[in-house]
Design a protein around this ligand. Structure first.
Ligand SMILES: Cc1cc2nc3c(=O)[nH]c(=O)nc-3n(C[C@H](O)[C@H](O)[C@H](O)COP(=O)(O)OP(=O)(O)OC[C@H]3O[C@@H](n4cnc5c(N)ncnc54)[C@H](O)[C@@H]3O)c2cc1C
Length: 343
């Protein structure tokens, strides 16, 4: 009786999934992201002068600096390390009389990075990017053959065809694991985070009856690129990630890489553009603490701490674009308490 029930419920789910997949798809090729407050003036009113400090020269800080400088703000960037770029920074090493560019890590740029796509155009660096097709995976487990995961064809065929082309995955396993596909295809941020943030992804996968081969071949590699501990990443985080990177957009799975190192392709042109806009960039300068005054923010560099008659610098606004630990330590040392979401 229970197996008949299970069969019936799987059949209903399968029919629902097929109905969803086969529905007429008439979407724009890119989603337009509306500004949060369309009433916000784009540029500073003429005759107004506002000084902004951007703490952190990674992608977030450089983006904020570009946006604000183009809108007429007087921008300074303080970057704690000797190089710009943060987790995208390139360092050079001398070896056997040659200079090599060493990246912090491999980066792929997904088609749904709308904001970065716009920045690329503004910096004129599109020519440094090229499509990157298959992602190659080899497995320690001798049962699995090497996989070349590649998005081919329109959504959702690109996703189905990954399964059909795979030397390891069988379509029947996908059909038998349909329960988990429902949470992916009908992804709803609030529901997923409400239901699954307390559950680890591997517990969720077991509870959903995901076929072992699916977990090992598709999900385990995706988990590994998040650089999180496998047992601790929540099901909600993984579902969100899979939704954003593979399902949220007909071209979500398409990605690009740079033709040359990130310093040449991205950071240098970005820095040149900021300098042309009058942005003052200071490397090796770590924000220590902020003192809020009647007229703005007094910012003290970490190096200056403990020195007599600390000078500091005055700004009208500060953008904290450091990593999370950086934000916490700045706010802990400052004359404000960190927002409860950070504590
Ligand atoms: C190995 C690896 C691979 C990755 N692969 C991908 C990928 O394929 N695709 C993808 O989209 N993303 C990838 N990422 C993630 C991506 O690199 C990051 O999300 C992004 O670079 C973060 O940018 P950010 O500006 O928010 O932070 P960060 O890059 O961390 O920048 C923060 C900056 O703030 C500075 N700072 C800290 N404290 C202070 C302070 N008190 N004062 C002044 N400055 C301070 C730091 O030195 C740093 O430069 C990868 C990350 C890693 C590590």
């Amino acid at each position: 009786m229970s197996s008949t029930k299970a069969f019936l419920s799987r059949s209903v789910i399968l029919v629902a999934i097929l109905a969803y997949l086969l529905r007429p798809i008439n979407r724009p090729s890119f989603t337009v992201i509306e500004p949060l407050n369309p009433q916000d003036p784009i540029n500073l009113p003429s005759g107004t002068s506002r000084r902004v400090l951007v703490a952190g020269g990674g992608l977030a800080g450089l983006s904020a600096a570009l946006e604000l400088a183009e809108r007429g703000f007087q921008v300074s960037v303080w970057e704690a390390s000797p190089v710009l770029g943060g987790r995208l920074a390139t360092r050079t090493v001398q070896l056997c009389n040659q200079t090599f560019a060493i990246e912090h890590g491999f980066h792929a740029w997904f088609a749904n990075y709308h904001v970065f796509a716009d920045i690329r155009k503004r910096l004129g660096i599109d020519h440094y990017f090229r499509p990157w097709g298959a992602v190659q995976f080899i497995f320690k487990d001798p049962r699995y053959k090497p996989e070349a995961l590649e998005s081919q064809g329109p959504y959702p065929w690109n996703l189905i065809s990954i399964v059909l082309r795979s030397p390891n995955l069988r379509f029947i396993d996908a059909i038998l694991s349909t329960r988990h596909v429902v949470d992916l295809l009908w992804f709803d941020h609030k529901t997923v985070w409400g239901k699954y943030d307390e559950q680890s992804f591997s517990e969720w996968a077991r509870a959903m009856g995901i076929a072992r081969v699916f977990y090992d071949v598709l999900y385990a590699p995706t988990l590994s690129v998040t650089v999180n501990e496998r047992q601790n990443i929540s099901a909600a985080e993984m579902l969100s990630m899979n939704h954003i990177y593979f399902l949220s957009h007909p071209r979500a799975d398409r990605r690009e890489v740079t033709r040359v190192d990130y310093e040449t392709a991205i950071i240098q042109p970005w820095e040149m553009r900021l300098q042309a806009l009058g942005v003052k960039i200071e490397r090796g300068k770590r924000v220590g603490r902020l003192n809020f005054t009647e007229t703005g923010v007094h910012v003290v560099e970490e190096e200056e701490e403990g020195e007599e008659g600390v000078a500091g610098s005055d700004f009208d606004h500060v953008v904290l674009a450091t990593n999370l630990q950086g934000v916490k330590s700045i706010l802990d040392a400052s004359s404000v308490s960190p927002p409860s979401s950070l504590s």
